[in-house]
Design a protein around this ligand. Structure first.
Ligand code: FES
Length: 326
């Protein structure tokens, strides 16, 4: 994990959203503004116990709830996972208001697309956090969008007040598994046809992502944007055939073994590439290179970005060599 660009924030407020989800508001310890960001961005949170996790910022920098610029604080939502490897449990049990936490500056691998004429935002459970920020940003600029939120029940709906704010309410479709059957959303029907110019953004648990992927399989790749919490279970992000990295700026070649990632091979020869998730999710390790020659295994780059960028924690060469602008 890279601690580059780490800053320290104070936990200004913790509020319970659902039985499993807490919202944390993070502010500068001396009240200064925090680095600005765009809707869809996430931060790494380095928490007690040595854990580090990524959380999306759940409020647009200029939110209709707050008015004006709110980069005075960040809001994240943390779901306590039943099978927590320690991260969410640490946030729920050990972090209190007033505590100081190191975080990364915001990074955005899930931006709104300017070319879209309509934005369709699909949020499953805690996956609502980046999409809520995006919906607020779209409402603030008067853009055309629909926010579909899928939750188990009203009790499990996080950030309900923000969702029902008058600026968002007309754009909101709410699907509650245990709610009114007539209001449920049929994903296949919803995604059966794509109006020209519509872009789809999705974030949620693995099963939800899979269902959306299947229902939107006929959509053009450049119109689909996803933010994953974890790599799909069938993803292989670590091994493959051996190949060589050719570093164009240094004029050297670095071999990558079958059981190694490109990032590991570069670290071995002393070239520091920052990494965070190491699953192709966060974009920290992305560099410029011959994307056409890469076997892309990430979940963060768009189709057009893949032509000239490569996520080195997981992607490999299509053939025997991959050229990078390093
Ligand atoms: S480290 Fe997160 S995408 Fe590579």
């Amino acid at each position: 994990m890279s601690l580059e660009r780490t800053l320290t924030v104070r936990v200004a407020r913790i509020s319970r959203q659902t039985p499993e989800i807490l919202a944390f508001e993070l502010a500068h310890p001396w009240g200064r503004p925090l680095p600005s960001y765009e809707a869809g961005a996430h931060i790494d949170v380095h928490m007690p116990g040595g854990f580090s996790r990524q959380y999306s910022l759940a409020r647009a920098p200029s939110s209709p709830n707050e008015g004006g610029n709110v980069t005075g604080s960040y809001v994240i939502g943390v779901k306590r996972e039943g099978a927590s490897r320690g991260g969410s449990a640490s946030m729920h049990e050990r972090v209190r208001e007033g505590d100081l936490l190191p975080i990364s500056a915001p990074r955005n691998t899930f931006p709104l697309r300017d070319e879209a004429t309509h934005h369709l935002l699909l949020a499953g459970g805690i996956g609502m956090t980046p999409l809520l920020a995006m919906a607020q940003a779209l409402a603030a600029r008067g853009a055309a969008f629909t926010l579909c939120v899928f939750a188990r029940s009203e009790e499990h709906l996080a950030f309900a007040d923000a969702l029902r704010h008058p600026a968002l309410a007309p754009h909101l479709r709410l699907h509650l598994d245990q709610g009114d059957a007539t209001q449920r959303i049929d994903l296949r029907a919803l995604l059966a046809e794509r109006a020209p110019g519509t872009h789809l953004y999705v974030c949620g648990p693995g099963g939800f992502m899979q269902a959306v992927r299947e229902a939107s399989a006929h959509w053009p790749e450049d119109a689909l944007h996803a933010e994953y919490f974890a790599a799909p279970t069938d993803a292989n992000t670590t091994t493959g055939l051996p190949f060589t990295l050719r570093l164009a700026q240094r004029g050297i070649s670095v071999p990558v073994a079958a059981d190694q990632t490109a990032v590991d091979a570069l670290h071995e020869v002393g070239i520091d590439i920052p990494v965070s998730c190491q699953q192709g999710l966060c974009g920290t390790c992305v560099v410029e290179g011959d994307g056409e020659g890469a076997e892309h295994r990430d979940f963060c780059l768009t189709g057009s970005e893949r032509r000239h960028k490569v996520a080195l924690c997981c992607s490999r060469a299509k053939g025997t060599e991959l050229v990078l602008q390093l």
